[in-house]
Design a protein around this ligand. Structure first.
Ligand SMILES: Cc1cc2nc3c(=O)[nH]c(=O)nc-3n(C[C@H](O)[C@H](O)[C@H](O)COP(=O)(O)OP(=O)(O)OC[C@H]3O[C@@H](n4cnc5c(N)ncnc54)[C@H](O)[C@@H]3O)c2cc1C
Length: 300
C-alpha cells in the first residue's frame, strides 16, 4: 500500500495547479494520479486558442496551456502516477486504485479531488425515437476528431449552443463537414460572446434558437431528427447523419458523494463547479493547494 500526505485525483488544470501550489507551500509528499496517459486533463483535446489570458497574458491553445502547467510541475518533486484510476475513496482515508491491471490502495492524510466534469447525455432529454449510431456528445466528438483523427460523419446537427457546441460547430466546419445548424432551446446562444463571434458568426453557421430535437430517426445509423419549435409547437424533419449533443456539464463528485464534508477533503476545478475558462480552474487549484498544504479548510 502506498502512503502520502496529500493525494490529488485528476491532473487537469486544477489538479496540476493544486499540486504545484501545495509543493510551493511546503508540502513535500504529494501524489498526483490520473487515469490518462499524460497530465493535462481536458486541455490536450482543446486545439483552439482562447486559454491563458489571465495567467500568461496572451492567448494559448489548450495543449500550449497544458505545456506551461506541466513545466511548472516538472520543477517540483510531486510524484505523478499516470494510467491510474481511482475506483473508490473511503472515510478511513484510503483510495482503491486500478493501474495497468493491478489494484492497490493509497493511504493519505489529505485529499484534493480535481476529477473534472462529465457531460449530460441525450437520455437526459425527453427525446423519442431510436438510439442509432452517429450520436455523440460534444466532448466525445472533440476527443475523437482532435486526438484520434476519426471521421464522424458529413451532415452534422449540433444540439446546444454553449461554448462546447459552438466550438465543435467550427471544428466540424474546419474538417470540411456541413454543419446544418446549431439548435438552441433558449432565445439566445448559451456560451461566451467571444465563441459566438469566432465560431458561429465568422463561419456563417446557422444558429436556430427556440427549438429542440423531439425525435430521432434511423435504424443502424441516424438518418434525421424532428426539430420542434418551442414557441409554436410546429415540427419539421431534418435529415442528418450525425447528431452532436452539447447539453452542459455536471461536476464529477461521484467518488466522494457518500463521504460528505470532511476537514481532510478539498474539491478544485470543474468537479467543484464548472469553470468557463481554464485560468479560473487553475486559480482555484492554486488556492485549494495552499489550503490543503496548510490544513486550512476552504468555504463552499
Ligand atoms: C471543449 C472545451 C473548450 C474549452 N475552451 C476553453 C477556452 O477556450 N478557454 C479557456 O480558458 N477554457 C476553456 N475551457 C474550460 C477549461 O478547459 C476547463 O474549465 C479546465 O481545463 C478544467 O480543468 P479541471 O482540472 O477542472 O478538469 P479536467 O481538465 O477535466 O481534469 C480532470 C482530470 O481528472 C481525471 N480523472 C477523473 N476521474 C478520475 C479518477 N476516478 N481517477 C483518476 N483520474 C480521474 C481525468 O482523467 C482528467 O484528466 C474549455 C473546456 C472544454 C470542455
Amino acid at each position: 500500500m502506498a502512503v502520502c500526505d496529500l493525494l490529488i485525483i485528476g491532473a487537469g488544470a486544477a489538479g496540476i495547479s493544486a499540486a504545484v501550489s501545495a509543493w510551493n507551500a511546503g508540502c513535500r509528499d504529494i501524489l498526483l494520479v490520473d487515469r490518462g496517459e499524460a497530465p493535462g486533463g481536458i486541455l490536450p483535446q482543446c486545439r483552439h486558442e482562447g486559454f491563458g489570458m489571465a495567467s500568461f497574458g496572451h492567448e494559448l491553445t489548450g495543449p500550449e496551456y497544458a505545456a506551461h502547467l506541466i513545466q511548472q510541475l516538472s520543477r517540483t518533486d510531486v510524484r505523478f502516477l499516470p494510467q491510474t484510476e481511482v475506483l473508490s475513496v473511503s472515510e478511513d482515508r484510503k483510495a482503491i486504485v486500478s493501474s495497468r491491471g493491478t489494484v492497490d490502495q493509497i493511504a493519505f492524510a489529505r485529499l484534493i479531488l480535481a476529477a473534472g466534469c462529465r457531460e449530460h447525455q441525450i437520455g437526459s432529454l425527453p427525446v423519442s425515437g431510436t438510439r442509432p449510431a452517429g450520436i455523440f456528445t460534444a466532448g466525445q466528438a472533440q476527443e475523437m476528431i482532435n486526438l484520434r483523427h476519426q471521421d464522424l460523419g458529413d451532415e452534422i446537427l449540433i444540439l446546444g449552443s454553449g461554448d462546447l457546441g459552438m466550438i465543435m460547430a467550427r471544428r466540424f466546419t474546419l474538417e470540411g463537414k456541413h454543419v446544418i445548424a446549431v439548435l438552441e432551446q433558449q432565445a439566445h446562444y448559451g456560451g461566451m460572446a467571444r465563441n459566438y463571434h469566432r465560431c458561429i458568426e465568422a463561419y456563417q453557421i446557422p444558429l436556430r434558437t427556440g427549438v429542440t430535437v423531439s425525435e430521432i430517426h434511423g435504424r443502424g445509423r441516424i438518418s434525421g431528427v424532428t426539430i420542434k419549435n418551442l414557441e409554436t409547437g410546429t415540427r419539421e424533419y431534418s435529415a442528418c447523419d450525425t447528431l452532436v449533443t452539447a447539453l452542459g456539464l455536471i461536476p464529477e463528485q461521484t467518488l466522494v458523494q457518500d463521504i460528505g464534508e470532511r476537514d481532510w477533503l478539498y474539491l478544485a476545478g470543474n468537479c467543484r463547479h464548472v469553470h468557463d475558462i481554464a485560468d479560473s480552474a487553475s486559480a482555484e487549484g492554486i488556492l485549494v493547494g495552499e489550503c490543503a498544504a496548510a490544513g486550512l479548510h476552504l468555504g463552499a
